[in-house]
Design a protein around this ligand. Structure first.
Ligand code: FE2
Ligand code: FE2
Length: 276
């Protein structure tokens, strides 16, 4: 990772259209128009129940975003109660209304972003997720031949660690198998959602001997009413290698406002908190 560019990415998550607060949705669109990110990442759970009208609302929201967007599915984007649809065409509505690409990739020579679908219709607890060996190989092929100067971001719905108060309670199957591969192909930042809680840090604090420092950041639910003791929020991520800054912008009842700002600098072995 080398110096020389500044990129601003907005990270939203868990929109849950069907349980979304329309006022908050309008406010985040207005806030994004002011922030002017170069990319909007949305880490899954676009809808509440995978119904067509929920997906239509999510699609309308995406079309009003002021920047290109990259999204991945979450567990709520699969039908929960329509078992025939769940087991035979779990991503039909997601593919139709959102995107047919469940593992999207974009790169502009400075930042490369890969999304990987971790939602699964067939696992015992379908709120949990999984990454498979083909997806791990896909991550490797997407990133391993890119120059070290390219900042590499992997987006999933389920985080590669548990919540900060229980970091070892990982809901993503095969995360431990994938992490060394992510480190070996130089992934710099993991973005996720699912817990509806916002946090960031160096995942190496919980997984030793990765050999390459990887930042992890989760966004809270940006616009839904399914709050987990935190307000609706999203993160504005400024990538200016070797520094990465997360600004959490939260809904205060009237508008989105900055509520926290944390910077990390990469020293080749760790991401260290730095002054903003
Ligand atoms: Fe969610
Ligand atoms: Fe989820």
């Amino acid at each position: 990772m080398e110096q020389g560019f500044v990129k601003t990415i907005a990270h939203l998550s868990d929109l849950h259209f069907g349980s979304a607060n329309v006022e908050v949705a309008e406010a985040v669109l207005a806030d994004l128009a002011l922030c002017r990110p170069s990319l909007v990442v949305i880490s899954g759970d676009l809808v509440q129940r995978a119904r067509r009208r929920h997906f239509r609302a999510a699609r309308s929201f995406l079309e009003r975003l002021p920047a290109p967007w990259l999204v991945v599915p979450g567990n709520h984007d699969i039908p929960a109660y329509n078992l025939l649809a769940r087991f035979t065409m779990p991503f039909r509505n997601y593919r139709h209304y959102i995107t047919p690409d469940l593992n999207p990739f974009i790169s502009d020579g400075e930042v490369a972003v890969l999304g990987i679908n971790t939602a699964r219709p067939l696992i015992f607890n379908f709120a949990h997720g999984r990454i498979n060996r083909q997806q791990i190989a896909r991550i490797e092929s997407a990133f391993k031949n890119l120059p070290s100067s390219v900042f590499k971001i992997l987006v999933t719905h389920h985080p590669f660690m548990g919540q900060p108060d229980a970091p070892g309670r990982v809901l993503l199957g095969r995360a431990r198998l994938a992490l060394p591969v992510l480190a070996s192909c130089g992934v710099d930042l993991l973005l996720a959602g699912h817990f509806h809680r916002s946090f960031a840090g160096d995942i190496g604090e919980h997984h030793q001997q990765l050999g390459h420092p990887i930042l992890i950041a989760a966004a809270a639910t940006t616009i839904s009413t399914r709050l987990r003791d935190e307000p609706n929020s999203y993160n504005v991520i400024t990538v200016a290698p070797p520094k990465v800054t997360f600004e959490e912008r939260a809904w205060n009842g009237f508008e989105f406002e900055p509520v926290g700002r944390t910077s990390y600098v990469c020293n080749h072995s760790h991401w260290l908190q730095a002054s903003c």
